[in-house]
Design a protein around this ligand. Structure first.
Ligand SMILES: NC(=O)c1ccc[n+]([C@@H]2O[C@H](COP(=O)([O-])OP(=O)(O)OC[C@H]3O[C@@H](n4cnc5c(N)ncnc54)[C@H](OP(=O)(O)O)[C@@H]3O)[C@@H](O)[C@H]2O)c1
Length: 335
């Protein structure tokens, strides 16, 4: 057993006001003392950066948060480096809530095994992980997307959007991406196989939807909030389904989504569902069993934006919160 190891970590320096800035974070080398008995020591390989972390560092993510001076919370893929537990031997690759740091200790029940058949373990943070499961919950479980549906997906090339698009195509639906910039348009159409793409900055969303989907939108996966939510809702077909999942427009505190007047839902005979991915944790193993083989065979495309080194995490997160990421944001922390 080792004593007092150097443990590089990213700390919340101060709570951001509005858009987060790199100096809201601080890279520190903390000392990690001896491992307690029953704990398993893990070394981070990949760190997931996700929009929900904005509410974590604001101190109000679904009842919990991080305070200044604490390590930022987050999910990682890690390798077991010290263990007395025969079920979790050294070199086992696991998924756990280590936060933005290099080393962490966990009880066995806080670890999940990364499927051994997976050649790219980072995928359990992206298309085969929380964002992918969110897409499955929204498009398969709640909206029940089927052949003939016309589905609109904003934040179209990110962690959730990339998987949502592919699930909808597999179900036989027509998919319409909403994204920004030429590079993301190409990823949407050429890498992820969307049928159409609308640029949220350069194009008029209502006009474009009327042209592309004259019969209306049957499913809308709301990952962003207003004004996109209200504009797409106005173009729903009768009996349309809307899954409310994210409010990225509101996360930096300078915007408040209200959504359409309830009268619109009534006239459209719409079904509106709220989605929290934590409710789907019990289905994660079945989800992995179904989709790991498809990722391995190349039938599912992961669109990851990989950053190199823990020190890049603050900048990468600030860019994510400005909508400048080009895929699911992952930081490679170790080998
Ligand atoms: N309810 C749940 O359980 C649950 C679970 C996972 C994720 N979510 C939510 O789902 C959404 C997507 O998550 P993700 O991880 O897949 O993120 P992401 O798509 O990788 O990144 C966010 C994207 O949002 C788009 N965006 C649109 N308007 C924006 C604005 N005003 N500011 C910044 N970005 C803007 C940008 O893409 P474009 O430039 O392409 O528009 C940006 O790249 C988030 O709102 C997240 O909180 C919810």
């Amino acid at each position: 057993m080792t004593n007092n190891l150097d443990n590089p970590a990213v700390i919340l320096a101060k709570r951001p006001e509005g858009l987060p800035e790199p100096d809201d974070f601080r890279l520190e080398t903390r000392s990690l003392g001896p491992r307690s008995s029953g704990q398993i020591r893990c070394q981070t390989l990949y760190l997931s950066l996700d929009p929900y972390m904005r509410s974590v560092i604001a101190g109000n993510h679904m009842g919990h948060g991080v305070d200044p001076g604490e390590v930022i919370a987050g999910e990682v893929v890690a390798r077991v480096v010290e263990s007395d537990d025969d079920d979790w031997p050294i070199d086992t690759v696991v998924r756990c809530q280590s936060g933005w740091q290099t080393l962490s200790d966990h009880p066995a029940e806080a670890l999940s095994r990364v499927p051994a058949s997976l050649s790219r373990p980072s995928l359990v943070l992206s298309i085969l992980g929380m964002p992918g499961l969110t897409a499955w919950a929204g498009m398969v479980d709640l909206a029940k997307v089927r052949d003939g549906d016309v589905v609109v997906i904003p934040a179209a090339v990110g962690g959730v959007g990339a998987m949502a698009a592919q699930l909808c195509k597999r179900a036989g639906a027509t998919t319409i991406a909403i994204t920004s910039g030429e590079a993301k348009r190409r990823i949407a159409l050429e890498t992820l196989g969307y049928d159409y793409c609308i640029d949220r900055v350069e194009e008029d969303l209502a006009e474009s939807l009327t042209r592309i989907a004259p019969g209306g939108v049957s499913v809308y996966f709301d990952l962003v909030g207003d004004p996109t939510l209200t504009t797409v809702a106005q173009q729903l077909s009768i009996g349309g389904r809307v899954v409310l999942c994210g409010l990225i427009k509101d996360y930096n505190g300078d915007h408040k989504t209200t959504g359409p007047h309830p009268g619109l839902w009534i006239t459209k005979r719409a079904t509106v569902s709220g989605l929290v991915v934590y409710d789907y944790e019990s289905q994660r193993t079945a989800f992995e069993d179904e989709f790991v083989p498809l990722a391995e065979s190349g039938d599912l495309v992961a669109n990851e934006e990989m950053h190199d080194g823990l020190a890049t995490a603050p900048d990468a997160f600030c860019e994510l919160m400005r909508g400048r990421n080009h895929g699911k944001v992952v930081v490679k922390v170790g080998d």
